[in-house]
Design a binder for this molecule. Structure first.
Ligand code: ATP
Length: 340
C-alpha cells in the first residue's frame, strides 16, 4: 500500500466530511431550534485548595461555617481575590492572570482559597480602560449566555485593593487559536461539529440579547478542556471590547479599534457593493447625518465563517454566499483603514 502524501490525506478527510454532510452549514446551525439560548450555569464549583490541611479536624468546622462567613467578606475591600503570578494571556488592552477567591479571613481558614478564576486587568492607557469598561457593560447583558464568558465579579477587591478597571471570570485552558496550532488536521476535522455548535450557541444568545461581538476570531474563543476525542469543550466567546448593539452604527470605526481584528465586512473598507445594506445613514449628535456601518449579525457570521475557513480549510456555503455578495472578506494587510 502506497503511503499517501499528507496534503492528499487531509484533502480526502475533508472531502469525506463534506460527503457525509457532517459539516452543517452556518445558516442551519444558527437556525437550529436546539440552540435556543439557555442561561449559563453558575460557574462550576472551582476546587478548594486547603493549604492548611495539617489542621485536619478543623477543616470540618471551617467548611461548616463557610456559607455564612462568605457574605461578610464582601464588605469594604477585604476578602475578594488574590492575584497569582500565573499569567494566562496578554492582549492589546489587557492582561489576564489566574486568581484565587479568598473564602475567609479567619485565622484557621486563612489559606482556604477557591481556584479556577481569571482576572482581566486593563492596561493603564485610556483606550485600554475604555475597552475593559465597555466589556463589563456588554457582559452585564450577555455574561449569563451559554457559550459566553461568564462575568463573576466586576471591579473586584484584589489583594485588599479595589480594582475599578478589571473583572473576574472563569479560568479557561486556552483559546481556539492555540488549540488549532497545536492540533493536527486529522484530529481537527473530527471536531468541526462540536466546535461550531458551541460557537453558534454563544453567538445566537448574543444576537437574542441584541449584541454582535464584532471581533470573532479563534484567539477570542476560550475552551475549558479537551474531550476524549481531542476536541475543545466548554467553549466561551471572549473579548467584548468591540461589541456593538444590533442596529446601532459602528462609529468607533478607525484603525485604532481594528488593529487586532482580521475579519470584517469588506465593503466597509473598500466601498464595494453593499447588498446586505450594512451601511446606513445615521443622525449625528451635533446635527447632520453620516453614512456608517450598522451592527448586524451577518458581520459576526462573516467572521465566524472565515475562522472556520482558516481552521478547517473549508469554505462553507454561508461564507461562499456572503463573499459572493461582495460584502464579506478578510481584512488582511493592505486593507483600506478608513471608512470610504
Ligand atoms: N478567562 C481566561 N482564562 C484563560 N485564559 C484567558 C482568559 N481570558 C483571556 N485569556 C487569554 O488571554 C489572552 C488575551 O485576553 P483578551 O483577548 O481578553 O485580551 P485583549 O487585550 O482584549 O486581547 P485582544 O488583543 O485580542 O483585544 C487570550 O487570547 C487568552 O489566551
Amino acid at each position: 500500500v502506497r503511503s499517501m502524501p499528507k496534503e492528499e490525506k487531509e484533502h480526502e478527510l475533508i472531502q469525506q466530511l463534506e460527503d457525509e454532510d457532517v459539516m452543517p452549514s452556518l445558516h442551519d446551525l444558527l437556525h437550529d431550534n436546539n440552540l435556543a439560548s439557555t442561561p449559563f450555569p453558575s460557574p462550576s464549583t472551582p476546587r478548594v485548595a486547603s493549604g492548611w490541611s495539617s489542621f485536619g479536624f478543623l477543616e470540618d468546622v471551617a467548611s461548616g461555617l463557610l456559607e455564612e462567613e462568605m457574605e461578610s467578606t464582601e464588605e469594604g475591600c477585604s476578602g475578594g481575590y488574590a492575584k497569582t503570578t500565573n499569567l494566562l494571556g496578554s492582549g492589546t488592552y489587557g492582561t489576564v492572570y489566574e486568581a484565587e477567591k479568598k473564602i475567609d479571613e479567619k485565622w484557621y481558614k486563612k489559606r482556604q482559597r477557591q481556584r479556577g478564576f481569571a482576572l482581566k486587568i486593563a492596561k493603564e492607557d485610556r483606550h485600554s480602560i475604555r475597552s475593559v469598561q465597555k466589556e463589563m457593560a456588554v457582559l452585564d447583558d450577555v455574561g449569563t449566555c451559554e457559550g459566553v464568558l461568564p462575568m463573576i465579579d466586576k471591579s473586584p477587591c484584589v489583594d485588599g485593593k479595589k480594582m475599578p478597571n478589571s473583572y473576574v471570570t472563569k479560568m479557561y485552558a486556552g483559546d481556539l487559536h492555540q488549540w488549532w496550532k497545536a492540533t493536527p488536521i486529522m484530529t481537527r476535522v473530527h471536531c468541526y461539529r462540536t466546535v461550531f455548535n458551541q460557537v453558534a450557541t454563544g453567538l445566537n444568545c448574543m444576537f437574542d440579547r441584541g449584541w454582535i461581538h464584532d471581533d470573532i476570531k479563534a484567539a477570542n474563543i476560550l475552551y475549558e478542556g479537551i474531550d476524549a476525542k481531542g476536541c475543545p469543550e466548554g467553549l466561551a466567546l471572549a473579548d467584548f471590547g468591540l461589541a456593538v448593539q444590533i442596529g446601532k452604527p459602528i462609529s468607533a470605526f478607525n484603525e485604532e479599534d481594528y488593529m487586532s481584528a482580521f475579519y470584517i465586512v469588506e465593503s466597509l473598507f473598500y466601498g464595494m457593493k453593499d447588498p446586505l445594506k450594512i451601511v446606513r445613514s445615521f443622525e449625528l449628535e451635533n446635527g447632520g447625518a453620516m453614512l456608517l456601518p450598522t451592527a448586524i449579525p451577518k458581520i459576526d457570521l462573516c467572521s465566524a465563517a472565515f475562522m472556520i475557513y482558516r481552521i478547517w480549510n473549508y469554505k462553507e456555503p454561508a461564507l461562499q454566499k456572503l463573499m459572493g455578495a461582495g460584502t464579506c472578506g478578510p481584512m488582511g494587510p493592505g486593507r483600506t483603514q478608513l471608512f470610504p
